[in-house]
Ligand binder design. Structure first.
Ligand code: AMP
Length: 359
């Protein structure tokens, strides 16, 4: 039984770890962050921290023994690291959630196996396999590395004009999957939580707009039919149940509209709190960070009610220089991540604006 006063261990020291740690502190928990970079933004708000590599077994064991439950803020936790942590502490979400979400082929196969729609896909490990996959799937298509892709990195779009050999070079001849291009109208996501006892709660579906392949704006409500929103919740729940998932999960979906009918296609899952759930901090009764803490501790899940029409905007690079103007804006919730250097494309903070529902 985890109680206030216990210690939550968090692997990863970025803004997600930082916001989980702040939510944990609000609920009377102590936190211990484990990350390799001495400048990790999460260290500033944690009770304790360890600076060590994710492959450093001795430090991982010491960390796991010093905490009551371990969670993480990124999906690329090496499988050996997850195994070491699981041997000495409760790990939530579990190692299977990591394995499935780390590899796009396993991920798509797993989701399709649940009877949930995904883009047509095929594994590609040679140039010849790419040619075969293109025959089967057709063009346009997207070639993606199986592992370590994010924010559009590790992806090549294949149009009728693309030379497959060039695409294969561009992807670095890495183990990949080819996906059929989904002609989506909008990208939406569902952020939900599940506890070990099987309790489940989803936040309202949100619509996401990207700029330069990075999330720019999230809007809630997403502007889909109530049936589509229910379907998104069912999809998230069945994925979470199949993984015996504990914690917050994000499911990114494409909304396809054909002859006025809406259809959802899963793009990918993230076994963690997610940027498209930042709107809940200030925009919902319980934030995704608090919900994650509640779920991994086995506590009752919080109320997911939305507090109005919500817009979350990421502050990328020098966007955050406008902090004073944003602070002066009525109704704006500003969150800065404590990063010193505003490099291009770097997420420095976000602002959430909550408006009366009908506006
Ligand atoms: P991902 O890294 O898989 O989330 O892909 C990044 C972005 O590329 C997505 O947010 C989409 O905008 C686009 N994208 C990825 N896969 C597809 C697809 N199969 N069809 C259409 N667009 C895609």
């Amino acid at each position: 039984m985890i109680r206030p006063g216990c210690t939550l261990g968090i692997l990863g020291g970025g803004q997600l770890g930082r916001m989980i740690a702040m939510a944990a502190a609000q609920l009377g928990l102590r936190t211990h962050i484990y990350a390799p970079d001495e400048n990790s933004p999460a260290f500033e708000v944690a009770t304790e921290f360890t600076i060590a590599a994710y492959e450093d077994e001795a430090n991982l064991v010491r960390f796991a023994k010093a905490v009551d439950v371990v969670t993480y803020e990124f999906e690329n936790v090496p499988s050996e690291t997850a195994a070491t942590l699981s041997a000495h502490a409760l790990l939530a979400p579990n190692a299977q959630a990591l394995a499935v979400s780390q590899d796009r082929f396993l991920e798509k196969s797993f989701i399709a196996g649940l009877g949930i729609a995904v883009a047509p896909f095929a594994p590609v490990s040679t140039e010849a396999e790419l040619a075969e996959a293109l025959e089967r799937i057709g063009r346009p298509a997207v070639l993606k590395t199986r592992r370590f892709g994010y924010d559009g990195k590790g992806q090549v779009k294949i149009t009728p004009e693309t030379d497959p050999a060039a695409a294969w070079e561009e992807i670095g001849r890495a183990a990949s999957i080819l996906e059929g291009f989904v002609p989506f109208e909008r990208e939406v996501s569902v952020v939900a939580a599940r506890t070990a006892a099987g309790a489940f709660a989803a936040f309202d579906l949100c619509a996401n707009e990207h700029r330069y392949h990075i999330l720019d704006t999230t809007r809630v409500p997403a502007g889909v039919s109530p049936e589509t929103e229910e379907q998104a919740f069912r999809i998230a729940r069945s994925i979470a149940e199949a993984l015996d998932y504990v914690g917050v999960i994000a499911v990114e979906l494409f909304l396809v509209t054909e002859d006025g009918t809406e259809r959802l296609v899963v793009n990918e899952i993230a076994p963690r709190v997610h940027n498209s759930g930042h709107w809940t901090l200030g925009g919902a009764t319980t934030s995704q960070f608090e919900q994650h803490v509640r779920a991994v501790c086995g506590w009752p899940l919080g109320d997911t009610a939305r507090l109005g029409r919500v817009e979350m905007k990421n502050l990328i690079g020098h966007d955050a220089d406008a902090w004073e103007e944003i602070l002066a804006e009525p109704g704006a919730h500003l969150h800065l991540y404590g990063k010193t250097e505003a490099r291009a494309g770097r997420k420095m903070g976000h602002v959430t604006r909550v408006f009366p529902e009908a506006s």
